[in-house]
Design a protein around this ligand. Structure first.
Ligand code: NFS
Ligand code: SF4
Length: 639
């Protein structure tokens, strides 16, 4: 067997992998090993399965076939598949967004009794931004209009009218540039459908046109992410700094442990509420510490940044909490959920519960979750966990004694509020001053997943340390944020230990003036993957303040362990917004020089943003730092 340390840099994961090995339980890592060697055609993007004449394969070395049976060449094949990945990513995020928007609509119609507008201030701010009149109007009328306007972004048939959320959120020069290139989507659903349609056999075969179409669906994805984040904040609260814990040690021996895994706060937020109500039932069942909700993946991030719920782990190690023998239920909603979970749980007492009609797994228990009966459904789910608790085998319990503190909840509003304690009249000015004087060289946003192609979390940690030492401010979302939380990089100690002098002085000044009694954490946790839109809001605020475009800012993005189609589409809109974007996983496009060129050089000429593909963490950090320096030069602020 492999040395478990090569699989993950997370010590708790390594400990549980040894348990998996000893008990002969398959995990993502053992299955990864069984998949080797992975197919070279698929890896380079040169396999086409779009029609039943296929699969067709292009010989990368030019010896064998250069065209598929229909005549498609390598560039068409690579571009079509890349666009389909973007469309799938956009569909996933936007479906999540639609779900939230519909909940808002149903709330305004009086159909939902277990939800409310918990952050009225946020609701009014976004309503105003989108052009909904708010003065002297009834709250639910505003909610109704905002929901209608949001759903219009899924329904509008006027091709020339861009999606509302994008139009109301991006800086004017970027909107103009994207509009001139025909990249502003008019309708999220249409953009997804058109991407599928143009990539059908015998349609768009021009790689440039295909990639431009891909960027249009990528911007539709951003629209879906923005509306998901902002409406979720209105419904569940806008994150504020909160101290919590992370890693597998958050599982408690004497509690009913319920993990929420997936993405949608409509379910996980209610589970948190209900858990408090059913605490006595858990105690009566013998769990003296009551109910302990813990998070996995992005729904874990949602409840972590809003309510301080501890995060057990990120994507790749989601099977491992079951192996502790103390996880009583894992409640699943949508996306990034391993279909292996019921198989792993078979060896334990853990109840695996799916909740979404469109996302079931054979072997799991399905409990249809409906927003109209949210509390009732959530109660049944938590009671299943309490029941499962009674069937634990105490001899099999082994919980790694590993936790890290994590200070999380840095929404754009929270960052601005912290800055406002330094300059209430103009909160962004201190940030700008420190970027100009070089204390902060630039900003990096870490996003994206885990991937078995790299040692779990290690590239995140290495690149962030390297950039922080060079005074780059570090933001994170999604499984990137999970990696940093587990590694203790969302602490004040991490700032003291890893930040360069300039960055440390700024984080300390802000943290102290904001009443944190020390510096801000080294890595600012902005939320889940849809909350990458928060980083766009921050970049937009900075660009507007400076009167420049996003492509002028010393801002880079990085997905060292990109894995999902969602990560592909996020990276693509980051490039469309003008952001140099690092990928630590080689995307399946290297079989086409034309497509590789398009997403690097051509994108840079047209949009200012481009992909940097680099698997070596140190080199990646160097390249991102160089991109930051280039932007500083462009702004004339080199120090
Ligand atoms: Ni983002 Fe979140 Fe994680 Fe990747 Fe999956 S959980 S939405 S896709 S794997 S970061
Ligand atoms: Fe082959 Fe063309 Fe069909 Fe793709 S679309 S499988 S290249 S015939």
């Amino acid at each position: 067997c492999l040395d478990c340390n090569t699989c993950s840099s997370d010590p708790a994961a390594v400990q549980m992998l040894a348990v998996a090995e000893a008990n002969n339980i398959g995990t993502a890592w053992s299955r990864h090993a069984q998949q080797q060697p992975q197919c070279g055609f698929g890896t380079t993007g040169l396999c086409c399965r779009i029609c039943l004449k296929g699969p067709c394969r292009i010989d990368p070395f030019g010896q064998g076939p250069q065209f598929g049976i229909c005549g498609a060449d390598r560039d068409t094949i690579v571009a079509r598949h890349l666009v389909r990945m973007m469309a799938a990513g956009a569909a996933a995020h936007s479906e999540h967004g639609r779900h939230i928007a519909l909940a808002m609509l149903h709330l305004s119609q009086g159909h939902l009794h277990d939800y409310s507008i918990r952050d009225e201030e946020k609701l009014l701010v976004v309503a105003k931004r989108l052009g909904v009149a708010t003065e002297g109007r009834d709250l639910m009328t505003i909610v109704r209009e905002l929901a209608d306007l949001t759903l219009h972004d899924f329904q509008n048939q006027n091709y020339d009218e861009p999606c509302h959320w994008l139009a109301a959120s991006l800086p004017a020069p970027r909107l103009k540039k994207l509009g001139d290139l025909g990249l502003l989507p008019h309708n999220i659903d249409a953009a997804v459908a058109q991407s599928m349609s143009r990539t059908h056999l015998g349609c768009d075969a021009d790689p440039t046109n295909l990639i431009l179409g891909g960027l249009r669906v990528a911007l539709a994805d951003l629209d879906g992410e923005m509306l998901a984040t902002e409406l979720s904040d209105a419904l569940f609260g806008t994150p504020k700094p909160i101290v919590t814990t992370s890693n597998l040690g958050v599982i408690k021996r004497d509690a009913v442990n319920v993990a929420v895994n997936g993405h949608n706060p409509l379910l996980s937020d209610i589970i948190c509420d209900i858990a408090a109500d059913l605490n006595d039932e858990a105690i009566a069942a013998g769990a003296k510490d009551g109910i302990n909700i813990i998070g996995i993946c992005c729904t874990g991030n949602e409840v972590m940044v809003r309510h301080g719920i501890p995060l057990a782990t990120n994507y790749l190690s989601q099977e491992l909490p079951i192996l502790t023998g103390a996880l009583d239920a894992m409640v699943l909603d949508v996306q990034c959920i391993m279909p292996s979970l019921p198989r792993v749980a078979e060896c334990f007492h853990t109840k695996i519960i799916t909740t979404d009609k469109q996302n079931k797994i054979a072997g799991a228990t399905h409990m249809d979750f409906q927003e109209a009966k949210a509390s009732e459904n959530a109660k049944s789910i938590v009671r299943m966990a309490i029941e499962a608790f009674k069937h634990r085998d105490p001899r099999r319990i082994q919980i790694p004694n590993i936790t890290q503190q994590a200070i999380v909840g840095f929404s754009t509003e929270a960052i601005v509020a912290a800055l406002a304690t330094i300059n209430a009249a103009d909160p962004l000015q201190p940030l700008v001053d420190n970027i100009v004087n070089g204390n902060i060289q630039g900003v990096v946003l870490f996003a994206g997943c885990n991937n078995t192609k790299t040692q779990q979390d290690s590239a995140y940690i290495a690149i962030a340390r390297s950039l922080a030492k060079r005074n780059v401010l570090v933001l994170a979302t999604g499984c990137a944020a999970g990696a940093y939380a587990k590694a203790g990089m969302m602490t004040q100690d991490a700032t003291r230990q890893y930040a360069g002098e300039g960055l440390k002085s700024v984080l300390t000044a802000i943290g102290e003036s904001a009443g944190l009694g020390g510096p801000l954490p080294l890595v600012l946790h902005m939320g889940s993957c849809v909350d990458n839109s928060r980083a766009v809001a921050l970049a937009t605020a900075l660009a507007n303040k400076l009167g420049v475009d996003i492509s002028d800012l010393p801002l880079v993005a990085s997905a060292p362990e990109a894995m999902t189609e969602k990560a592909v589409v996020i990276g693509s809109w980051a490039v469309a917004l003008g952001i140099p974007t690092h990928l630590g996983t080689v995307p399946p496009i290297v079989g086409s020089d034309v497509v590789s060129q398009l997403v690097t050089t051509t994108a840079r000429d047209l949009l200012g943003g481009y992909f940097i593909v680099e698997t070596d963490p140190e080199l990646a950090a160097d390249k991102m730092f160089a991109a930051i320096q280039e932007r500083r030069d462009g702004l004339g602020i080199q120090t």
